[in-house]
Design a protein around this ligand. Structure first.
Ligand SMILES: [Zn+2]
Length: 355
C-alpha cells in the first residue's frame, strides 16, 4: 500500500507542471509539416496512419506519412525539441523508470541473442559502443557472451550514468551521438544501435557518426522496427512498433542497406526472424483494452480518477485476461516459428563492416 501511496504523491507533485505545459497549448510541440520525404526528397507523400499516444495517453494526435518514392515512413509533422521533452518525460526516467526497468531488465535472452549475432563476424571484439544504451541492460547481458570485451554506453539521458555507476558499462558518454562522434573517431571494433535510429530526428546524421566511431575493419550493428512487416497493416494503430509519438522514422531494410553502402560500409548480414520480438498480438490486445478502459491516474490528467472509474478499469482489464493469455500463446507458439515465412517479423538487423 505504501508503494501505491508513494506513487499517488509523486503524481500529485508532478501535476502542476504538466497542467502549465498543457495550458500553454500543444502547437509548439509540432514542427511545420514537411512536403518532401526526409530520406529521398520525393514529394509523393501519403498519409499512412493517424493515432494518439497509446502508451502514456498524453494528449495529442500524430500522423505518419509514407513516401511513394522510396517506402520511407515518418512522423509528419515531427515533434520539436520541446515536444520530444514533453512526450519522453516520465517514460524511461522519473515516474516511468521503475516500470521500464522491469520491462527492459528482464530480457536477458534477447540481449544475449543480439551480442551473439556478432560472433561469426568478430568472435572477440575488444571495444564495443552501444548507442542509445538507456540504463545499460544490453551491455550487462552481453558481457556473459563476450567476457573480454569493454562495453561503453552512450545516451542523452542520465540513465547512462546510472549504467556506469552500476557497472553495466565501462564508460558512459552522455550527449548526442553526432556531437560526440569526433572524440570517439575510429575507436570501436563494434558500434551497436538497437532500436535507436527510429527515435532519431535525423537517422542519416547518426549513420555518419557511426561511420566515424567504427574503426576500419570494425562493424556497425543496427536493429530497427520493420515497416514492411505484415503486422504493420494487419494490426494498424495497435501495432506496438509504431510507438507514437516516440518513433520518428521507419526505414525499409532495402533503404538502410543502400544508405550504408553509400557511406562506404559493406553489409555482411541481414536478419529478420532473429530480430523478431514475439509480442505483437499481446501488445495489440493490451493497447486496445487499455485504450477502452477508463484512464489510470497520471500527472497529465486534470485530476485523479474517482473510485467508480478505478473499479470500472479493474473490471474491464480483468475481462481481458483470457484474450491476453491467448494472444501470448499465439505470439510465442504459433507465430514465432513462422514469423519470417509469413513476413510477420516486427524488426530486422543489419551488420555492416567498415572496410
Ligand atoms: Zn522517400
Amino acid at each position: 500500500m505504501s508503494d501505491a501511496r508513494d506513487r499517488k504523491a509523486r503524481i500529485a507533485a508532478l501535476r502542476p507542471a504538466y497542467r502549465a505545459d498543457l495550458a500553454a497549448g500543444g502547437d509548439r510541440f509540432l514542427a511545420p509539416r514537411r512536403t518532401t520525404c526526409p530520406w529521398c526528397a520525393s514529394t509523393r507523400l501519403s498519409r499512412r496512419l493517424c493515432t494518439t499516444d497509446l502508451l502514456q495517453h498524453k494528449p495529442g494526435r500524430f500522423t505518419l506519412d509514407a513516401c511513394a518514392g522510396c517506402g520511407h515512413i515518418f512522423q509528419n509533422p515531427q515533434l520539436t525539441p520541446e515536444g520530444l521533452e514533453f512526450y519522453y518525460r516520465d517514460f524511461y526516467d522519473g515516474l516511468g523508470e521503475q516500470r521500464m526497468s522491469g520491462t527492459f531488465g528482464g530480457r536477458d535472452a534477447m540481449y544475449r541473442g543480439r551480442a551473439e549475432a556478432m560472433l561469426s563476424h568478430d568472435p572477440a571484439p575488444k571495444t564495443w559502443l552501444d548507442v542509445g544504451t538507456g540504463h545499460g541492460h544490453f551491455c550487462a547481458a552481453a558481457r556473459g557472451v563476450l567476457p573480454g570485451t569493454a562495453f561503453d554506453g552512450l545516451d542523452f539521458t542520465d540513465g547512462v550514468e546510472v549504467a556506469a555507476r552500476e557497472g553495466r558499462v565501462d564508460h558512459a558518454y552522455r550527449g548526442a551521438f553526432p556531437d560526440l562522434a569526433p572524440e570517439l573517431a575510429a575507436r570501436y571494433d563494434v558500434v551497436s544501435m538497437f532500436h535507436y535510429l527510429e527515435h532519431s530526428t535525423d537517422p542519416d546524421r547518426e549513420l555518419r557518426a557511426a561511420r566515424e566511431a567504427v574503426r576500419p575493419g570494425g562493424h556497425l550493428l543496427i536493429e530497427v522496427p520493420d515497416p514492411e512487416s505484415r503486422y504493420a497493416r494487419l494490426l494498424g494503430r495497435w501495432w506496438l512498433p509504431w510507438l507514437q509519438p516516440q518513433h520518428l522514422h521507419f526505414m525499409p531494410a532495402g533503404n538502410l542497406r543502400r544508405r550504408l553502402t553509400d557511406l562506404g560500409f559493406t553489409v555482411v548480414a541481414e536478419q529478420h526472424a532473429e530480430a523478431h520480438d514475439p509480442v505483437d498480438l499481446l501488445a495489440a490486445v493490451w493497447l486496445a483494452l487499455d485504450h477502452a478502459a477508463p484512464r489510470d491516474d497520471a500527472p497529465w490528467l486534470p485530476e485523479p480518477p474517482g473510485a467508480l472509474r478505478r473499479a470500472l478499469r479493474t473490471a474491464l482489464l480483468l475481462t481481458g485476461v483470457p484474450a491476453l493469455v491467448t494472444a501470448t500463446l499465439l505470439d510465442r507458439l504459433a507465430v514465432r516459428p513462422l514469423s519470417h515465412r509469413l513476413r510477420l517479423s516486427n524488426a530486422y538487423r543489419l551488420i555492416a563492416r567498415r572496410p
